[in-house]
Design a protein. Sequence first.
Length: 323
Amino acid sequence: MKPILLHYYITNRCNCRCGFCQIWQETPKIDAKAADVLKNLYGARKAGCKFVDFTGGEPLLHQELPHFLSEAKKLGFITSVTTNCLLFPEKAEKLAGKIDLLHFSIDADNSDLHDQIRGVPSYSAVIESIDIAIKNRLYPDLLFTYTNENIDFFEGVYRLAREKKLIVILDPLFSINSVDSLKDSTHQKALAYSKKQGVYLNQAHLKIRRMGGNHIRNPLCRAVESTIVIVPDNRLALPCFHHREAFIPLGDDLRKTLNSEARKNALCRQGRYSFCEKCHINCYFDPSYMYMRNSLFMLSIVSKFRYSWKKYVIYKRPWPIFR
């Protein structure tokens, strides 16, 4: 099957210092070159990708992000950006009409805990950015990465989302060392919250953790098959961003790289590397579910249907359009 998602790390710079993320600690600091991004967008679309997620680091730190989004829309991509909102108020007008799936990271219903988790004062920027986004018809989802420490500080975020007619996404914290640090009681609280109107939790994420994650003898991960991962210095990362065992420098035609022996080898080994045992990384299993025909696929589809019904039918937000 063709890949569905282009996961494009356009910068490893970040203006937050989140304790659960190490990207901001990477050196040297690199921004993707505009010419490379535009070339790779074209190649990924020709390869079959329908979604592009511009990420980082903090993607709004890249000065060319509005241009990248415009070109991606012209190519027919569904565009996605997640931001900590520190730069959003000043950049909102340039982003208007260019982001289909906008996510604002918010980790608590109070500034003290949110700012502690993010490592810098940013809660006020999130609150300010919500009204600015709505004014510019961007309608962000509120992304709540839940942990054992913040799960009891969700109610205020939910009330805020209801007031503004926004979706709130519950995303379980994952660990790249394949150990689920979240208590069962934490997951159960998140599951109870997900029954509320306008709350999205992909329940396949919970089931795969109950299954012990991916198992290399009978792998479920489809990270290589489903997702193209490009890092800021113009290399394809394999098998995924968090476990970068191999890199392939990208030339003029991304599709040639996708047909290379190195990627074919990664395809054969996806989900079978030693570090894949018990893996449950959300951002790679989410597209992987679409390549399965099992209960995980069904749970994911039902969860996404509930999200789409609330956002696009009940709240009447603009539908992303496939071109």
